[in-house]
Design a protein around this ligand. Sequence first.
Ligand code: 13P
Length: 379
Amino acid sequence: MVSSGIDDAAGARIVPADAISDNEMGLDIGPQTVARYAEIIRSAKTILWNGPMGVFEKDAFAAGTISIAKAVAYSEAISIVGGGESAAAIAKAELEKMITHVSTGGGASLALLSGHVLPGVAALNDKLKTRTPVIAGNWKMHNTWSEARALARAIRKGVGDTARVEVVIAPPFTALPVAAEEINGSGVTLAAQNVHWEDKGAFTGEISTAMLKDAGCGMVILGHSERRQYFGETDELVNRKARAVLRAGLQPIICIGETLSERESGKHEETVSKQLAGGLDGLTDEDLLRIIFAYEPVWAIGTGRTASPETAQEMHGFIRGWLFDKFGKNAGAVRILYGGSVKPDNIDALMRQPDIDGALVGGACLEAESFLRIIRFQL
Ligand code: 13P
């Protein structure tokens, strides 16, 4: 179908391909071409469609594209439509549900299918190859013995094979033994929410690393913002505790993150750098490999206001860059978790970010169902 221009619907006419005059342009395929394509589509087993047949945005030139869209949709083949315009044509014809897979990636999807490496996909694959995701539930000051037993049991039952993800639960001190009993042999790791920096001694009310190991812990959360805010925990204390935890053969989960006023005054990177420098003072690149970090912006904790995936990624990238500068290549293997209003409905988008390697979950880990959905995030 030809015409003098895309605004000249009245001048449109159907001509053989070799009879287009110099002042006309081809704006759609005609019925004979549609019939030929449709015949091939009917017998195809797999169809990759990339690119509309004409200027389908104009109704006068949409018939060819819509006919092909229908032929693809009604065929019994596996159909993959790639590219923003082809996806828009399928949407215009309301046929999305009848296509096996529609992607707005056009050239990129063809490149991927023909074996080329796409940098974004490679980064995600790389992340999964080198850094097993960690989903950790921080129970905070919740759950008595019986409640802890029930929650740990439900998590164990729902988790099944945990090879894809390292699942961690951090009950309060008193509930550690019952939780340990419930998850025994399951692959779920038990963590404590705090520890003292000395191995033993006259420290009323405190708990040592040996006691945590005895209770079945493999990890310890350190420097959570609630401990910094309500219990005066400083970077220096976090550092002493991290050394004790590493010395005992346990793994620290070191929390860092800025307050709202620090973010609003543009000091978020400065704050996090200071927390990293203080918390990691004197530690080696070997130590680094045993540390898990949790970036938890204080303004996102318990507020329902998650950092957007882009904002979180920006900070995770910054943290990894900082670790690279200070410790070198081991930074590439370090897991950095995001925490702050993580829920079943935002985990997938967060986990798709290249430097987000898991989550430290508060409120949403207290119900087995929502915690299990978070563990089963979809990339
Ligand atoms: P919420 O998920 O309730 O915001 O808590 C996050 C947190 O502090 C995890 O340590």
